[in-house]
Design a protein around this ligand. Structure first.
Ligand code: GTP
Ligand code: MG
Length: 192
């Protein structure tokens, strides 16, 4: 029933996680699902994609299972990603706060995601997006992306404000990771 409130049912939402190689997509999902971090200096590129599940009970009482698709940032594996964009209820765009190029790339990642969703008529109908600036634990001196850069990127995307939310986060410390995914899950459910 279209008017049924989200509190009243179990829901499953499909979320794809996108962004350049090395921004920390896999680390963020590992933090969310397994509450851990593999440590600095260890990088294993995702090949193809991986599926992780996370169950959350939202503040409104709704129980939701997140189907999280961790995709490959490396160019040579990207062609495999598009198949996972279809039917997504939400999208997480990740950049690395120490890399301006990784934020700029999100324009491309968003276009890739949207191009699989041409059935939507307006930006308002796009699934909710979560923008994550990762590696917030690194010293301020190594920060390359200012709040102003992020604001400029967001306004250039011309997204309705309720369609997109920004968090600075850290897969290493866990800062904002669960909070961000909770926000996205609630936004996905409210669209139904
Ligand atoms: P691809 O699978 O190639 O697309 O990369 P990815 O986005 O999944 O990156 P991954 O999660 O593998 O992380 C890349 C490197 O960044 C690893 O060495 C991680 O340990 C490190 N890293 C990830 N998140 C953080 C973080 O929040 N803080 C710090 N300091 N390092 C991080
Ligand atoms: Mg990965």
């Amino acid at each position: 029933l279209p008017n049924q409130r989200p509190q009243c049912r179990l829901a499953s939402v499909k979320i794809v996680v996108l962004g350049d190689a090395g921004v920390g997509k896999t680390a963020l999902l590992h933090r969310l699902v397994h509450s851990g971090f593999h440590g600095d200096g260890i990088y294993r590129a995702t090949i193809g994609s991986d599926l992780l599940m996370k169950r959350l009970v939202l503040n409104c009482g709704a129980e939701v299972t997140l189907q999280l698709w961790d995709t490959a940032g490396q160019e040579r594996f990207r062609s495999l990603n598009r198949a996972y964009f279809r039917g997504a209820d939400g999208c997480v765009l990740v950049f690395d706060l120490t890399s301006t190029a990784s934020l700029a790339s999100l324009t491309h990642w968003r276009q890739e995601f949207d191009s699989e969703r041409s059935g939507f008529e307006s930006a308002a109908a796009l699934p909710p997006l979560l923008l994550l600036g990762n590696k917030a634990d690194l010293p301020t001196g190594s920060r390359a992306v200012s709040g102003r850069c992020v604001a400029a990127w967001r306004s250039a995307q011309q997204l309705p404000s309720d369609a997109e939310r920004y968090f600075e986060c850290s897969a290493k410390t866990g800062l904002n990771v669960e909070a961000a995914f909770r926000h996205l899950a609630a936004a996905c459910l409210s669209r139904r």
